[in-house]
Design a protein around this ligand. Structure first.
Ligand code: CMP
Length: 463
């Protein structure tokens, strides 16, 4: 407002001076002097009008209609046009100059300047159209001519983007206004995909479910829209798929795709899904045993021996338990069990480390850390209840998954085993409740243990 008040006050003062001079001057004042004063009056009045219009159009109307501040470039262009028209009018009408010559000269000069600054002016007007149209905003990511990055600045001449490698690229605005741009708006999800292939031997449903679960739990993948997978073609040696997921920050796309591929490998390895590749040569070669193993061999016998709970089992029973169970491999950050899911197996960590995490009031916290020789999943296995917590691999981990049928027989013959598990589960339940701030809910841990033992007997039909 101040910007309008000052020229208005000055215009008022100069008009007052002008009329006072005309009326009160004793001696007749020269026409030329009065004209110059009048030109000053009109200049100040014109400035007031231009500033008022600019305020009304941009600071009020534009803001109200679009909810955004009007671009500075637009304001400057508007003022430039109004002032040059005002200047011409005052020169021609008030000061009686011959503006035709001036216009002709300035037109000729403009043509010369226009030719000389063809590119610069092109960029200028393209910049103006980008400012008005605003096809993208700062922090949005754009793909232009195979280059991608986050928009850092949009000036009147060029637009600067920051690439995922943290280098900066400047594009002249005239190019951006001419060619197609792909825009990934910041904070609004856009879809990306990772291509992979799987064996013809495995059903597409199994592959799709495994791939989808591999994409869960990524902080950078939007959880609002679930990841999906679909078949894209039948290749010569494999079925081709793509995993589709949504992200809000384009700068993390490359990194996330790489981590997804890693997760896919682990998930496929665990579910015995092979990723075939075209074979060109058949090599007959004797391979040494240690070269054949791509994943470290874990001595589960030693791991089971180190767990007190399994002490009641004989050596043969332990061996049988191992041979009936499956080895699973998990990558860093993968969920080995998810809270709330149904579960009918337990796991022994043969190699690696895992965290037991619970979520309360939207915040995740770690209840326990399990190392090699640790076990988890027994709570659901023995009670039939949903998983009580998330168990996440915090380094590459190999685990032995023991299913319900493998344990059933052993429990029938070893009541002590069921008792030992009742004790462990009761302890862990108490720890979980304590963590959730429900200390003292159960008065006697022995009574709880007894109740759980009865439950195991019922659940496993132990008679
Ligand atoms: P389950 O409920 O099947 O799945 C989550 C697992 O986390 C649970 O079995 C236990 O094995 C494990 N777990 C839960 N609470 C604890 C705890 N306090 N300490 C160690 N492990 C736990």
């Amino acid at each position: 407002m101040k910007k309008i008040i000052w020229p208005a006050a000055a215009a008022l003062a100069s008009f007052s001076a002008y009329f006072a001079l005309r009326r009160l001057a004793a001696a007749p004042i020269h026409q030329e002097e009065l004209r110059e004063l009048l030109a000053l009056c009109y200049t100040l009045l014109g400035m007031t009008v231009v500033k008022s219009c600019s305020y009304f159009f941009f600071d009020f109307l534009y803001l109200k209609r679009t909810g955004r501040e009007a671009p500075d470039l637009l304001k400057i262009m508007f003022s430039l046009f109004c002032y040059s028209t005002l200047f011409m009018l005052i020169l021609g009408v008030v000061l009686k100059y011959n503006v035709t010559g001036l216009v002709a000269t300035s037109a000729a000069v403009s043509v010369v300047i226009g030719f000389a600054l063809q590119d610069t002016l092109g960029n200028f007007f393209a910049g103006a159209s980008l400012h008005v149209e605003q096809p993208f905003k700062i922090k949005d990511s754009i793909r232009f001519r195979d280059r991608t990055g986050e928009v850092e600045t949009v000036s009147w001449r060029s637009t600067t983007i920051r690439t995922p490698d943290n280098s900066f690229l400047k594009f002249p605005n005239s190019l951006l206004a001419r060619d197609p741009i792909e825009i990934f708006p910041f904070e609004s999800p856009h879809r990306h995909s990772v291509a992979f292939s799987a064996s013809y031997e495995v059903s597409p449903r199994t592959v799709i479910n495994t791939a989808r679960s591999a994409a869960l739990g990524f902080a950078d993948i939007s959880y609002e829209i679930e990841p999906s997978a679909r078949i894209t073609g039948f290749g010569p040696s494999s079925i081709d798929y793509e995993l589709l997921y949504w992200m809000k920050d384009y700068m993390k796309v490359g990194e996330t795709a790489a981590r997804l591929r890693e997760r896919l490998w682990y998930a496929f390895h665990r579910d015995n899904i092979s990723m075939p590749f075209p074979t060109r040569h058949v090599l007959f070669q004797k391979v040494k045993t240690e070269e054949r193993e791509c994943v470290a061999v874990v001595d589960y016998r030693r791991a089971i021996d180190s767990i007190d709970i399994f002490a009641p089992l004989s050596s043969m029973e332990k061996e049988a338990l191992i041979s009936l169970s499956e080895v699973r491999l998990f990558g860093l950050g993968e969920f080995m069990v998810r809270s709330g899911e149904a579960g009918d197996s337990m796991f022994i960590i043969g190699r690696g480390r895992a965290e037991v995490r619970v979520c309360s009031n939207g915040t995740h916290s770690t209840v326990a850390v399990l190392n090699t020789g640790g076990f988890f999943g027994e709570m659901s296995l023995f009670s039939g209840e949903p998983r009580s917590a998330d168990v996440v691999a915090v380094e590459e981990s190999e685990v032995l998954e023991i299913g319900k049928p493998s344990l059933q027989k052993l429990l029938v013959e070893n009541v002590k085993l069921a008792k030992a598990f009742s004790k462990k589960v009761t302890e862990r339940l108490a720890a979980l409740e304590e963590h959730a701030g429900q200390v003292g809910r159960h008065e006697d841990i022995k009574v709880e243990e007894g109740k759980f033992f009865e439950r195991i007997k019922r659940f496993f039909n132990l008679g």
